[in-house]
Design a protein around this ligand. Structure first.
Ligand code: ZN
Ligand code: ZN
Length: 330
């Protein structure tokens, strides 16, 4: 059997004039549109990838073989790894300046795309979906095909690599991409929020609907959920004595984020319910209970959580009666 070929792009996370940076601008597009075209820049006018290599990837795409593009950077000496499911690769000039695809490119450089070298530094552009951050320990599970070296040490000056991944990493990606809830909790864990974060409860605009999702479901922001978890000090808010195990990502008690008013009911409200006031930190057992137990089991939990949160929800202009909340769980 022929091994699947994946791609890795090493990039520099740059601070932008707007105060944002490379990663955040790309993340925003991926979250808003469910799709991202990442322009990999190079000072070279020649192609970083040969036609022959691209044909290998195209062959995989046409057969529906899961192909991933990894994005590796170093921030303050620490490696950060991101991944997306790869569906297309474009060379410079193939996305013209009038192309509708430009809406999937971050605005701070989309204007240059299709204008020709040297103004257009985007040597190779990759089209990805499901873009998210993975634990940097997986850097050692990605190896350059030609040398079998991994990226924990310096593998050379090149910025574009043909790579293989090991079974560990492949399993993780398959699991997370097939299970949106698992992927969301994983992303929440990866979010970096300081222990002393303060949350100010106030109304927020309704979140966007996820594009391309058949249910038109609303997006949840992983940072907002992490804020709620950090504010709860990684405790289960049904009962703070519930402790399961220490998370290897956070080094804290493992908890999950749960939206007290489930996101599917966003349409019933005029402001966002994806706010810290509506997000409960829960141990795995309590979380599963709220989703799967019979109503009689969860009724007292709902009542407690309603009492705990109703004042904070009011501060966010979320009008909720106990009756209405109970109905969502019946
Ligand atoms: Zn939940
Ligand atoms: Zn619990």
């Amino acid at each position: 059997m022929i091994k699947v070929l994946h791609l890795l792009l090493k990039f520099k996370n740059e601070r932008l004039a707007s105060g944002s940076d490379t990663i955040n601008e790309h993340k925003k597009i991926a979250e808003e549109k469910g799709r991202l075209i990442w322009g990999h820049s190079s000072s070279k006018s020649t192609k970083l990838m040969s036609d022959k290599s691209r044909a290998l990837y195209k062959n995989q795409f046409s057969k529906g073989i899961d192909t991933y593009c990894f994005f590796l950077t170093s921030i303050k000496g620490e490696q950060e790894l991101y991944v997306g499911k790869l569906s297309e690769i474009y060379f410079r000039g193939e996305i013209t300046s009038a192309s509708p695809l430009k809406k999937f490119i971050p605005s701070y450089y989309a204007g240059n795309v299709g204008t020709g070298f040297p103004a257009d530094k985007n040597n190779t552009l990759v089209d990805v979906s499901n873009f998210f951050k993975v634990d940097s320990k997986y850097v050692s599970r990605i190896k350059v095909r030609s040398s079998a070296k991994d990226f924990t040490s310096d593998v050379g000056r090149s910025s574009l690599f043909y790579v293989d991944i090991n079974e560990d990493l492949e399993k993780l990606l398959i699991e997370l991409l097939s299970n949106p809830e698992a992927k969301f909790q994983y992303e929440v864990e990866q979010e970096d929020v300081p222990d002393d974060v303060t949350v100010k409860d106030k109304p927020k605009d309704k979140p966007l609907k996820r594009l391309g999702s058949s249910t038109g479901s609303y997006k949840r922001d992983s940072k907002t959920s992490k804020n709620a978890i950090v504010t709860a000090k990684y405790k289960c808010e049904v009962d703070t004595t519930h402790e399961n195990f220490v998370s290897r990502v956070t080094g804290e008690n493992y908890v999950e984020a749960h939206h007290l008013i489930p996101m599917e009911y966003q349409d019933d409200f005029d402001t966002s319910i994806d706010v810290e006031a509506n997000i409960i930190s829960l141990c795995v057992g309590c979380h599963k209970k709220l989703h799967h137990a019979t109503y009689s089991v969860i009724e007292p939990l709902i009542e407690k959580l309603y009492d705990d949160r109703i004042d904070r929800l009011k501060d966010c202009d979320i009008k909720l009666t106990s009756h209405k909340l109970h109905n969502y769980y019946k």
